[in-house]
Design a protein around this ligand. Structure first.
Ligand SMILES: Cc1cc2nc3c(=O)[nH]c(=O)nc-3n(C[C@H](O)[C@H](O)[C@H](O)COP(=O)(O)OP(=O)(O)OC[C@H]3O[C@@H](n4cnc5c(N)ncnc54)[C@H](O)[C@@H]3O)c2cc1C
Length: 373
């Protein structure tokens, strides 16, 4: 069985960032990802600027993208608010973003296998990781960075997997040249909201999240777009004039915002595997990248510092993760609870669109400062 210092399960932003960080410290690493790069993912593709200094320090090169400094928000009845974003961000497709990190990881000597992990066992201070191709790998440390939901969560018997996850995500790229480069727009409709922003190719990403209850009424994306989404006049204009660039929109079901354990069976969970913030906050990618830094630093201490044992690494990571992200997640959860009620959501959106101060304060509560190096 091949032995590694660290095995990373899942090669999204959290997994790739930890691979790059730890490769820079000289560890023998294996990253196991289900799908070859590049690939599209259901995501709003708005990245908060808080990750920029850290990504630069890791030597990640991204294509030139326009800065996004303005937010537009509309209620389902078409009331519109426009405000400057406190920190701002940029738009980049996950196709390009994840691939850029993958290339950086390869350049640092990270081993990458395209396989699906089906089983993780911790025994005698070491992990054995089995894949669906019947390969087994062993490592001293394991990072779980396999995203929102995976068969592995069942194998690991994680609590959240047995709870109701009533959200669906849909995404596609469109040609819509009139959309401004510096804008991210969030438009509400019955049971959900849709985000619009430009990516590095000039295509506009349209990604929405809706409750299963709302989607169930029509059950097809095409009908849902025309019957429900298009009731918002801004989205109606977009859907009528934008040209789809994907053959079919992509979708994901069972999106859960339940709290999750940051450590399970001694695996350090990173990114969405440790907790997903409501996408309306536009901070999930930044949290995934930041959590990879927190985990990597503690893993580095575990290998280098005498007295910094596994138990210290685990408790230190859990504490740091909570203190860094608790406030954002609490605000995101409160938002999500409101969005589940049509009446409460109407009141909130109505209030927000009259108050740029309130929206900026909500943005600050759901975002971090630029990640300290
Ligand atoms: C509708 C929607 C819109 C969003 N919009 C935004 C936004 O605009 N801005 C923002 O910052 N965040 C947004 N987010 C959140 C953001 O997409 C996530 O927080 C981010 O992708 C988390 O990255 P990750 O690396 O943790 O997980 P992922 O990117 O999901 O990566 C996990 C990887 O693990 C792999 N994997 C899974 N299981 C296995 C297995 N068993 N074996 C091997 N590999 C496996 C998967 O193939 C995947 O590549 C949105 C989320 C949703 C649902």
């Amino acid at each position: 069985m091949e032995q590694f210092d660290v095995i990373i399960i899942g090669g999204g932003l959290a997994g790739l960032t930890s691979a790059i960080h730890l490769a820079g410290e000289g560890y023998k690493l294996l990253l196991i990802e289900r799908y070859p790069y590049p690939h599209h993912k259901v995501c709003g593709e708005y990245v908060s600027n808080e990750v920029v200094p850290y990504l630069k320090s890791l030597g990640v090169t991204l294509p030139k993208v326009a800065a996004i400094d303005t937010l537009q928000l509309s209620t389902k009845h078409g009331k519109l608010l426009q405000t400057k974003l406190p920190l701002g961000g940029f738009g980049i497709s996950r196709y390009t973003f994840d691939n850029a990190l993958y290339k950086r990881a390869l350049s640092l000597g990270v081993s990458v296998k395209f396989e699906t992990v089906k089983n993780v066992t911790y025994l005698n201070d070491s992990f054995t990781i089995d894949t669906e191709n019947e390969n087994s790998y062993s490592a001293k440390v394991a990072i779980g960075a396999y995203g929102k939901r995976s068969g592995l969560d069942k194998q690991l018997n994680r609590n959240f997997i047995y709870k109701n996850a009533p959200w669906i995500g849909v995404k596609a790229h469109y040609a819509f040249p009139e959309f401004p480069e510096n804008l991210v727009a969030l438009h509400n409709f019955e049971g959900g909201y849709g985000g619009l922003s430009k990516t590095e190719s000039g295509a506009v990403n349209f990604c929405y999240l809706t409750s299963y209850k709302s989607f169930q009424t029509v059950k097809s994306i095409e009908k849902f777009n025309s019957n429900i989404v298009a009731r918002n006049k801004f989205l109606n204009h977009f859907l009528r004039h934008a040209k789809p660039l994907f053959d079919q929109p992509m979708s994901i079901a069972q999106v859960s915002f339940e709290s999750k354990q940051t450590i399970k069976d001694h695996i350090l969970m990173c990114g969405d595997t440790a907790g997903l913030i409501h996408p309306l906050c536009g901070n999930g990618m930044a949290m995934a990248i930041h959590s990879a830094k927190l985990a990597s630093e503690r893993i580095d201490n575990f290998f280098k510092e005498s007295g910094y044992n596994r138990s210290k690494m685990e408790s230190d990571y859990s504490k740091k993760w909570k203190s860094t992200f608790k406030r954002r997640l609490q605000t995101g959860r409160a938002l999500q609870a409101i969005l589940l009620s049509a009446r409460a959501s109407d009141i909130l959106m109505g209030t927000i669109t009259k108050s740029p101060g309130l929206i900026r304060s909500l943005i600050k509560r759901t975002h971090g400062k630029p990640i300290a190096l």
